[in-house]
Design a protein around this ligand. Structure first.
Ligand code: PHB
Length: 403
């Protein structure tokens, strides 16, 4: 091995002052780099009709930092929030470019809606930045960049088990009602496949607009088709409230048509506003605030402390909480200094933890999440509605990758 001195350029030889200045700089460098914060750029809607998504991410991030601290491996973790204002892919892309070029972020994270995540995938690839998806749930997203990893769910992952459950539980004819974009198409296809495999029949497939849908006429068409049940996926929040309001107003339950759906429809954060129309509704999902475990109790306690007026946290807060856990683990296992994206991806791709929802792992082949999916029923306990888990399918991979 060459000694440091023999590698010293001629101009420096004989100048012991300069040499010691250089040595001093070299010795100080790791400390300086170590002192640099790790910067995480969180891109999500923080305003507009999907503002809850950004707020839920915030709740999850703050709860995580309350329990695990706001620094890791001696480095402060700085969160830089950027508001897309809705499912606006061009805005999401511009914000991501600004964050990597001027904001000097180490990691891109967030992404409430599929169009935002898809628009940023190329930026992550070109800039070589890990991109951690806290919610956006169309199956294909993780295939769009080798730097993407997802800590939320995919729509096929939650919808396929419901098709199986429905066929086994006396439901024979179903109308599907889904939002007309990636996650809706995924939910519709995955439900239909397992429901048909169990002997069920989808008699009509309806799709509603992503922006400002008026559910009344669609729900009337469901009623006119006289199925045993309607399978629903809408992006959670305001649309969960609106679709269930239409279901109640058009008296589908009285006509003998059950509502079943993905956990998005009985989103914990808005379940009280959805109200008693949802009582008895069966959904499949990856997180319920009613999940009984020490990890979930600690999570809910931390949320109550950091965001006492934010209402009940939902699956998006948990997606962000676990996304932060994955990012912290990649920082902890990084060499000191600037985060190397490829090294970070090696850690992110094999991440495993006990989440507030139960055990989760990232599948290294797809960079998508593997987790238990729960069958739940909306029940009233005390004066409140809860998604009460009564069955569990273990370690479900994204079936969307198998098509
Ligand atoms: C998505 O756009 O991927 C999305 C949004 C809201 C949900 C689920 C998926 O509740």
């Amino acid at each position: 091995m060459r000694s440091a001195r023999s590698a010293t350029p001629n101009a420096w030889r004989g100048s012991s002052n300069r040499w010691s200045a250089l040595a001093l700089c070299a010795a100080l460098l790791p400390a300086v780099v170590l002192a640099q914060p790790v910067r995480i750029g969180v891109i999500a809607p923080f305003s507009g009709p999907f503002a809850d998504y950004g707020q839920q991410f915030d709740v999850g991030i703050k709860a995580f930092q309350k329990i695990h601290g706001d620094s890791v491996a001696g480095r402060k973790v700085e969160i830089i929030r950027r508001d897309t204002g809705g499912p606006l892919p061009e805005v999401a892309k511009r914000l991501a470019q600004e964050l990597v070029v001027r904001g000097n972020v180490d990691v891109l994270a967030g992404f409430g809606l599929t169009p935002e995540a898809l628009a940023v995938a190329d930026v992550a690839t070109q800039a070589k930045k890990p991109m951690v998806i806290f919610n956006a749930a169309t199956s294909v997203i993780t295939t769009k960049s080798p730097y993407i990893v997802r800590t939320s769910m995919t729509l096929p992952q939650v919808s396929a088990p419901l098709g199986t459950w429905a066929a086994r539980n006396g439901i024979k004819r179903v109308v599907t009602l889904v939002a007309d974009y990636g996650p809706g198409a995924d939910a519709e296809a995955a439900f239909k496949k397992t429901f048909a495999a169990g002997g069920g029949q989808v008699i009509e497939a309806l799709r509603t607009p992503l922006q400002n849908p008026d559910f009344g006429p669609y729900v009337q068409r469901v009623k006119d088709a006289k199925p045993d049940a309607v399978f629903i996926f809408v992006p959670s929040g305001e649309q969960s409230i609106a679709v269930m309001k239409a279901y109640g107003e058009r008296a589908l339950a009285q006509a003998g048509i059950k509502a079943i759906g993905t956990g998005d429809v009985t989103d914990d954060h808005v379940l009280a506003a959805v109200g008693e129309t949802a009582l008895g509704m069966i959904t499949t999902g990856h997180y319920s605030a009613a999940h009984d475990s020490p990890g979930n109790r600690a999570f809910l306690q931390a949320v109550a402390e950091v965001a006492p007026r934010s209402g009940r946290p939902n699956f998006m807060a948990v997606g962000a909480y676990d996304g932060m856990a994955a990012i912290y683990e990649s920082i902890r296992r990084s060499a000191p200094g600037a985060i190397d994206a490829d090294a970070a991806m090696t850690v992110l791709k094999t991440f495993k933890t006990m989440s507030p929802r139960g055990p989760i792992a990232i599948d290294p082949d797809t960079r998508d999440i593997v987790q238990d999916i729960y069958v739940r029923r909306v029940e009233k306990k005390g004066n409140e509605l809860w998604n009460v888990e009564f069955d569990r399918i273990e370690r479900v991979k994204d079936p969307g990758k198998e098509r």
